[in-house]
Design a protein around this ligand. Structure first.
Ligand code: MN3
Length: 204
């Protein structure tokens, strides 16, 4: 379960090499992700809200946050929730990197026509997020698969949609290795997606 502290990765920073490099992983996790947590904890100091609610619960109780602090909390709490999700949808294990025959693969086939078509549409969305944001495969409120773009650290959870996979396309996620070539980073991402985990999220 997610807490208000930095979750440990289940793999080493270097474990996703050569697809995602160790230095990017280290800075992204230990600095960027940590900073989101530090920032919203500071904003909510003395309010008791982080003792009362888990991160996901807090997202559903933003009405209890002072109006002048709300956007800062949304940005930084979103950063914590999104990055915690992101680390778990990546894997160093070769067997997990394959989408085998499953409920999810059948749903992708049905929704997008084929896996290649899904991948092309997802990649096109990830490529066209303007500025900083994310692209997601989600299960919508009706249980159907859909693609979403979010800006900043907004999360599909705020719209009651369940992320199945997601890619962080903020420059900090790829600039060290790929500079401005976001398409190369998206291409590398497909090599490290944990489809076993995605299947679990889809089936929950
Ligand atoms: Mn990031």
């Amino acid at each position: 379960m997610l807490t208000h502290s930095l979750p440990e990765l289940s793999y080493a920073y270097s474990a996703l090499e050569p697809h995602i490099d160790a230095l990017t992983m280290e800075i992204h996790h230990s600095r960027h992700h940590q900073t989101y947590i530090t920032n919203y904890l500071k904003l909510l100091e003395w309010t008791g809200l982080t003792e009362k609610y888990s991160p996901e619960e807090l997202l559903a109780h933003l009405d209890e946050v002072d109006s002048e602090k709300k956007q800062g909390v949304i940005n930084n709490l979103g950063g914590h929730i999104n990055h915690s999700f992101f680390w778990n949808i990546l894997t160093p294990h070769p067997l997990n990197r394959v989408l085998s025959t499953s409920n999810l693969s059948a749903a992708i086939q049905e929704t997008f026509g084929s896996f290649d078509e899904f991948r092309d549409q997802f990649a096109a969305k990830a490529l066209t997020v303007f500025g900083s944001g994310w692209t997601w495969l989600v299960k919508d409120k009706n249980g159907a698969l859909a693609l979403r773009q979010t800006t900043g650290q907004n999360t599909p959870l705020s719209d009651w949609e369940k992320p199945i996979i997601g890619i962080d396309v903020w420059e900090h996620a790829y600039y060290l290795k790929h500079q401005n070539k976001r398409a190369d980073y998206i291409a590398a991402f497909w090599n490290v997606v944990d489809w076993v985990r995605a299947e679990e999220y889809f089936s929950e």
